[in-house]
Design a binder for this molecule. Sequence first.
Ligand code: HEM
Length: 177
Amino acid sequence: MSSRPRALRALPFTLGLLAVGLAFVAPVAGCSSANDTAQTTLTLPDQTTYAPVAGALLYRCGSLDCHGTVWRNFRLYGYDSQRLDADAGVDGVPTTDAEVAADFEAFVGLEPEILSAVVLDHGADPDRLTLIRKARGLEDHKGGQRMTVGDDADLCVTGWLAGTPNDAACLRVPTEP
Ligand code: HEM
């Protein structure tokens, strides 16, 4: 029989038990710390000047096999694309105000926090946004490169993000061949 006190002999077992206990408690404590009342204040680009931008993005991105489908996160609605109201017809009535509002939601809903940072920086470094990187071909994109820095669609979107809308550039996009 060992001469060591009983408590000492049980120490490895006690420590093992403690470790197992902690392994169960720690994660529970970790995930119960989320504050679901926390609110984030975002600064979004101006919705009232978005219609010409919507028209340019519909023309460059919104065809039915591209972003004119519910299967895309960045899903667009409007003329020559999917319609909010099926009776409108793909190439029927012009893009409605409700579709422009849905397209605005699609744009701002992708990366709201990063978008807010770009707007607060007056449009600086817009390629912090996935939408800009994919459109400019700076990131893998099944749709390929659809905007070039300085072309009308690029001037249109980046001008809007900077708070200096370039309607002339936006309105030229749908007239492209
Ligand atoms: C300037 C025009 C365009 C912009 C701004 C744009 C933007 C984007 C963005 C933000 C995403 C990621 C979110 C999502 O999955 O919806 C994406 C993905 C995608 N886009 Fe586009 N897109 C454009 C044009 C196109 C076109 C013309 C096509 C079709 C030929 C297309 C096909 C796709 C596909 C298949 C994906 C999902 C796979 C991927 O991430 O590459 N896009 N695009």
